[in-house]
Write a protein that binds this ligand. Structure first.
Ligand SMILES: *[C@@H]1O[C@H](CO)[C@@H](O)[C@H](O)[C@H]1NC(C)=O
Ligand SMILES: *[C@@H]1O[C@H](CO)[C@@H](O)[C@H](O)[C@H]1NC(C)=O
Ligand SMILES: *[C@@H]1O[C@H](CO)[C@@H](O)[C@H](O)[C@H]1NC(C)=O
Ligand SMILES: *[C@@H]1O[C@H](CO)[C@@H](O)[C@H](O)[C@H]1NC(C)=O
Ligand SMILES: *[C@@H]1O[C@H](CO)[C@@H](O)[C@H](O)[C@H]1NC(C)=O
Ligand SMILES: *[C@@H]1O[C@H](CO)[C@@H](O)[C@H](O)[C@H]1NC(C)=O
Ligand SMILES: *[C@@H]1O[C@H](CO)[C@@H](O)[C@H](O)[C@H]1NC(C)=O
Length: 516
């Protein structure tokens, strides 16, 4: 999606948990604290299966709020490939701190834009966009992906590792590829197309290599998800067909009977299926999400016009949803709400209807339009609201392309989002097909003067702590989410509910505490 701003296809384009056996924790240490001068009332009560007084939690406290941080062409990070290690780190930290301010909960971080690596890899060279020379490690040395994982998780933010499966070099840069780049390892399957170097998705060597790269990331890094965007076969250019005749002929010579288009789609589908299974076999909690172009085929739904990813990128996200080959789909609905040819709500409703297995759908939104095309910020705010209104149909959040407007507060976007749609924090929704284990509740919870404290997690399972405040009787709003390492919060007087949150977003039973 990183090039769609300046390419031809632009014209067309481009639970809440219900816990039945609820148990309010009996809090220890209450008696001892009562003796001190601080004002404490710790509520201690136990109810089992009392359906009628389950805490009612603000539904917006469950929402995926992601942002893409593109590294290709230094779009979002690092802002320049000549930055020092310290500058790179402080830029990434500033991005994460801004995400916390904005109550965003997932970083979609591009770690392999062009057959390269923003991490220590034995399989591929260091990225050109990191140091200005493909193959050159950052100096002084650090591992950006490792750094990002630590800094995200400290803040209770998910890290989705975004990789481009087939692109070996972007057309905007003609640097020399080192021998470790996939285009030089498999030169017979590396084609110059529209100024890019693009690997042949039909070649087993390419499929195996991309698969190995991704599984290596899953194995060695604490990522929460693997993420693809809209790039499969390249966007067609200049009426030129992708030059894969030799590979197709090889397929036919082994008895293959599919049409070329079906064969191309099958090549993509096979990689996706293999990845879905391989990722979950390696680490069941690592999700696989794809953010395809926003239109499947023109005419779906009726009235939609534009580019067909099915026929031209050989991407079939409808099939992936039907087959359960993705944990989430984030269709890039990069158009405005009103124009009927690519109507945001009409397309969203269509995608939500293609989801028989009820996987998560997070809309991709084109935030950068506020500076590339003068969209008002209100357009994006309204798009979030439209996605949110459909939460009951698995429309469970948004991913913004890209971080830059938030990073630079373009058009005052930060304050507008804070004061409207992202005023309160949210926890990413749970994928019930991946996990049914809740973490243990917080221990050692104590109310102090304008403060709540609790014990550090010993289990290693807790990813975040969720703090809810009682708004009205038995109605709770999520007011803060902290990373696993936090053990206290300053609060106003009131009644609070604390829950531990695991890496899948599942929450523990409640600990209720009253702060005077
Ligand atoms: C990086 O900095 C150099 C020198 O200041 C500048 O020429 C170049 O355009 C910058 N690149 C980007 C991507 O901003
Ligand atoms: C890189 O080379 C390709 C042709 O191989 C060309 O289309 C493209 O414009 C070049 N890009 C730059 C930035 O020079
Ligand atoms: C690709 O990987 C598959 C599965 O591991 C293997 O059977 C096949 O031989 C590999 N193909 C090539 C060309 O390496
Ligand atoms: C690829 O094969 C098709 C069908 O046989 C043919 O029309 C086309 O010219 C071939 N392309 C190239 C680049 O050889
Ligand atoms: C963002 O920009 C607006 C408008 O210029 C300004 O009022 C606000 O203070 C800025 N916010 C941040 C967090 O920089
Ligand atoms: C969270 O864990 C609990 C307890 O294991 C389980 O019953 C519940 O289904 C999980 N919640 C979700 C939304 O998966
Ligand atoms: C978490 O807290 C412990 C104890 O203070 C500290 O040793 C550790 O470095 C912290 N972890 C991170 C990632 O900051």
């Amino acid at each position: 999606m990183d090039v769609r701003m300046d390419t031809a296809h632009l014209q067309t384009e481009h639970g809440p948990r219900t816990q039945l056996n609820r148990r309010y924790m009996v809090l220890g240490a209450t008696m001892g604290l009562l003796a001190s001068t601080v004002l404490i009332v710790t509520v201690v009560f136990v109810t089992e299966g009392a359906h009628n007084d389950l805490p009612k939690v603000d539904p917006q406290s469950r929402e995926f709020r992601g942002v893409w941080v593109a590294t290709v062409e230094n779009i979002d990070w690092p802002s320049n490939m000549s930055l020092s290690t310290e500058q790179q780190k402080s830029e990434l930290v500033a991005i994460l701190d801004r995400m916390v301010e904005l109550n965003l909960n997932a970083l979609v971080f591009q770690i392999r834009p062009t057959g390269d690596a923003f991490y220590d890899s034995q399989l591929e060279p260091w990225s050109y966009y990191l140091t200005g020379r493909q193959g050159a490690p950052p100096s002084p040395y650090y591992d950006p992906l490792q750094f990002a994982a630590t800094e995200c998780h400290k803040r209770g933010i998910q890290l989705h590792a975004w990789l481009n499966p087939y692109r070996a070099r972007h057309k905007s840069a003609n640097y020399t590829l080192p021998a470790t780049n996939m285009a030089r390892r498999f030169p017979q399957y590396a084609y110059v197309y529209d100024g890019y170097i693009w690997m042949d998705p039909g070649a087993a060597d390419v499929q195996n290599h991309t698969y190995a790269v991704i599984i290596d990331v899953v194995r060695r890094y604490d990522v929460d998800a693997i993420h693809f965007d809209d790039y499969f076969y390249p966007y067609p250019a200049g009426g030129v067909d992708f030059p894969d005749n030799a590979t197709f002929r090889a397929y036919q010579s082994t008895g293959g009977t599919m049409s070329k288009s079906d064969w191309r789609r099958d090549n993509v589908n096979k990689l996706i299926k293999r990845l879905y299974e391989g990722i979950h076999a390696e680490k069941p909690h690592v999700k696989f999400g794809i953010s395809p172009f926003g239109i499947w085929k023109p005419g779906h739904p009726e009235g939609i016009e534009g580019f067909s990813q099915y026929d031209s990128l050989y991407a079939d996200p409808k099939f992936w949803l039907e087959q359960g080959l993705v944990d989430y789909l984030a269709p890039q609905l990069y158009w405005m709400i009103d124009p009927p040819q690519q109507s945001y709500p009409a397309l969203l409703d269509w995608w939500l209807d293609q989801n028989p297995l009820r996987r998560h759908v997070y809309t991709g939104n084109y935030l950068s339009r506020i500076f590339t095309s003068g969209w008002p910020v209100s357009e994006l705010v309204n798009q979030v609201k439209i996605s949110r209104e459909r939460a009951g149909q698995m429309s469970l959040g948004n991913i913004m392309f890209s971080m830059k407007p938030f990073r630079d507060n373009i058009s005052g976007v930060v304050d507008i989002f804070q004061s409207d749609v992202y005023g309160r924090p949210a926890i990413p929704p749970v994928m019930t097909w991946l996990d049914t284990q809740a973490p243990d509740p917080p221990t050692g919870v104590k109310a102090g003067t304008k403060e709540i404290t609790w014990n550090r997690d010993q289990s290693g399972v807790v990813r975040a702590w969720a703090v809810y405040r009682q708004d009205q009787e038995n109605t709770w709003g999520l007011v803060q989410v902290f990373g696993y390492n936090t053990t206290s919060v300053s609060v106003e007087a009131g009644t609070y509910m604390l829950r531990a949150v695991d890496r899948m977003g599942n929450e523990s039973t409640d600990v209720i505490v009253k702060v005077s």
